[in-house]
Ligand binder design. Structure first.
Ligand code: ACO
Length: 333
């Protein structure tokens, strides 16, 4: 996996501090030993210190030197509780509630990132996507100028003539169930930035639909064409076009027929799906039927990087997501 090797190399070049809230979990402990051995990140594991050390011993891995913090007993607990209270008191959170909430490693870890005690967070081997996103949205919040947090997959399709030799960015496949036109525009802009800054691509962004340039009339199509207009107006410097059917986005011959003159159609390498059903189904179709490698979902739009894992992930998957998160922290994307 050439691209992942590149992320590993970058992660090692400027080591970042990544907090893993699921520190007591076996795959996380196995991954931690690998990350330490490879020098990919300075890790902070959250959980009961004795329990984590015993598990590592039983698993036969060396985690000596990795920082372990127990949210229940940490001396930072009150500081983080106060910080969380300040951030959420307008939403009805009391100090007492904040003190209780901060014992949850997901909230504790997110406050660590917020207050600069860690550069990024990776979780999700046990917790759901929502469990990761909620503290992120409440505490880290969006980066300046970004209104909507979303996610992307880097898709590497073997033997593929489309995109950048089979490399694509797909979004949003994991966060926003039914984005408005404004949110869809924001997702397109964030993904173009990700393609440029994280993947060194020259983004050509297709706003996908079941219609190409007015070939069908429907409010679902209207949402995508409105999102395209908004994105183009906000960022005239980016190459964004829509609404486009998938074949018009990828295949030059179809593009010449359906969207003549478009600088994106026929050569798109960034695909923006109209909603989460399309995005999630779309990436899995390509992953399963075309044997594509799917790197993600990686979050974009947070002020600091926090990333999710699949609950079916392997220790190797955790290592890779930590490497990507470390690179996001380096590049501030
Ligand atoms: N971007 C920016 N802010 C957001 C977003 C967003 N995408 N979504 C919610 N917010 C804000 C809300 O406005 C709210 O702000 P406030 O409390 O400061 O006023 C705050 O974040 C928290 O919002 P909640 O209402 O508590 O959360 P909500 O119930 O809207 O849930 C969530 C947000 C968790 C992202 C939800 O939309 C969700 O569960 N999405 C789908 C996740 C999922 O299951 N994905 C499938 C995974 S499959 C796979 O990963 C491949």
């Amino acid at each position: 996996m050439e691209l992942m090797k590149e992320f590993w190399k970058m992660a090692k070049s400027d080591v970042k501090r990544i907090v893993l809230p699921e520190g007591e979990e076996d795959r996380t402990i196995l991954a931690s030993a690998m990350i330490k051995k490879e020098g990919l990140a300075d890790l902070i594991l959250l959980g009961n210190i004795e329990k984590i050390k015993n598990k590592a011993k039983n698993l036969g891995v060396d985690i000596n030197g990795i920082k372990i913090v127990d949210p229940q007993t940490s001396e930072s607990k009150q500081l983080y509780a106060n910080g969380f209270y300040e951030l959420r008191k307008s939403k009805g959170v009391t100090l007492e509630k904040a003190e209780k909430t901060i014992e949850d490693p997901m909230y504790f870890g997110t406050m660590m990132v917020k207050l600069g005690d860690a550069d990024g967070l990776v979780s999700g081997a046990v917790h759901t996507t929502g469990d990761l996103l909620r503290p992120g949205l409440q505490i880290i919040k969006t980066a300046p100028g970004i209104s909507t947090v979303s996610s992307f997959f880097i898709m590497l399709v073997p033997n593929c003539e489309y995109g950048d030799n089979g490399m694509f960015i797909f979004s949003d496949c994991a966060v926003n169930p039914n984005p408005t036109a404004e949110q869809l525009a924001a997702i397109a802009i964030s993904t173009a930035e990700t393609a440029k800054n994280l993947c060194n691509m020259d983004p050509k962004v297709a706003m996908l639909s079941f219609s190409t340039k007015g070939s069908a009339a429907n409010e679902l199509v209207d949402k995508v064409s409105k999102a395209t207009e908004i994105a183009k107006e906000l960022r005239p410097d980016l190459q964004i076009d829509g609404e486009l059917q998938l074949d018009a986005a990828l295949v030059k011959k179809v593009a010449d027929q359906k969207a003549p003159g478009s600088t994106v159609a026929g050569q798109a390498n960034v695909l923006i799906f109209p909603d989460l059903q399309a995005g999630n189904i779309g990436y899995k179709l390509v992953q399963r039927l075309a044997n594509a490698e799917a790197i993600g979902p990686v979050c974009q739009g947070f002020a600091k990087p926090i990333n999710d894992l699949s609950r079916g992930c392997s220790a190797e998957d955790i290592v890779n997501v930590v490497a990507v998160t470390a690179v996001q922290a380096q590049k501030n994307v």
